[in-house]
Design a protein around this ligand. Sequence first.
Ligand SMILES: *Cc1c(COP(=O)(O)O)cnc(C)c1O
Ligand SMILES: [Zn+2]
Length: 430
Amino acid sequence: MSTVVAETTPQADQPARTTLREGAFGHARALACRECGHEVALGPHYACPECFGPLEVAYDFPAVTREEVEAGPANIWRYKALLPVPTDIEQSPNTEPGYTRLLKAHNLGRELGIANLWVKDDSTNPTNSFKDRVVACALSAARELHAKVFACPSTGNLANAVAAAGARAGIKTVVFIPSNLEKPKQVNSAVYTNNLVAVEGNYDDVNKLASEIAGEEEGWAFVNVNVRPFYAEGSKTLGYEIAEQLGWRLPDQIVIPVASGSQLTKVDKAFQELIKLGLVEDKPYKVFGAQATGCSPVSVAYKDGVDVIRPVKPDTIAKSLAIGNPADGIYVLDICRRTGGAVEDISDDEVRDGILLLARTEGIFTETAGGTTVGVLKKLVETGQLDPELETVVINTGMGLKTLDAVADHVGAAATIAPNYPAFVAAGIL
Ligand SMILES: *Cc1c(COP(=O)(O)O)cnc(C)c1O
Ligand SMILES: [Zn+2]
């Protein structure tokens, strides 16, 4: 199952296997099962040997102060003490994602009737999605585990981030995508790597293939498969940054897109850690999940009041969210219910409207995932599920230039005219 070398005891008939260096994973203590709490040693493992539950990184955190964080670099490594990375992580080449802007969204707030609204804009990361955060953490783990190949199954953005980070780190990359993926996302990977593999199938098929390869091949680090616990921790930095940028406070409500559900669960984990470390005041906050109706297994389970996720075959323009069998779906349900939030979904037309709404109110061109999140925010207000009087953060996870086709037929030139003044006047633009 896990094939990256991590054992510390040499086998008699094999060359000595490479040992983990001291502090390879920072203050991480072990991998702990989210279901039963069973702990295994840090390594390329993702499923609990006792109950097959997902493994998560567990820590013995040192005391961390706001001042220490604030003195750090303007990227995710300012939180390195809270991540499974070595203390000298800044020395290793990576794409240095994070510390993206948190914008006060006055216009969008006015449009939606939300008094106090913020957009966390992750489209400005190095490959224009939040995936650069998770990949930077996975890359560190892959290095410490001496992986030969850095790989992923992807709905697009992850492949972009893996290919770019691998190029900069000088490690071989192989990225797998569904063959029907948007052209810009394919090109955005292929410029960084010769090994873009288009698979005839949907994301869930691509993911299955990746697990098979991980089981057969030695030395492959699949960022979201066998080093997934380390990868997932990268999403915590979104939560840390939002709290720090609000002046070391948690928001009252937060709306987050859901594909596998990893990001949403880790933003919640980040908020909980900040409370435990005394870096923010303990207070209630509501977490909301956003899906497109054409791939809404978590939203359907939420509305049905059940806690099993029934897998679906995705059919939506929000391809970066098109995971029909979301690994962390049940934890999304739990968090959204427990915090008093909700999971909601919208049609592809509403996704498109969400893209245009954000563009025309805040000057931010988001991809279909962001259109989904903004559209769901609108629906949550309209249906009374989100309180417009409470401070609210919405996360924009990606960049509109990667999904141009979603809106290309819906916007365009208001007029095509001859290059003279009368022609301009005749066009009626004034
Ligand atoms: C991958 C992705 C998500 C969702 O990520 P999960 O952690 O799998 O839920 C959201 N937005 C964009 C743009 C993505 O690429
Ligand atoms: Zn377990």
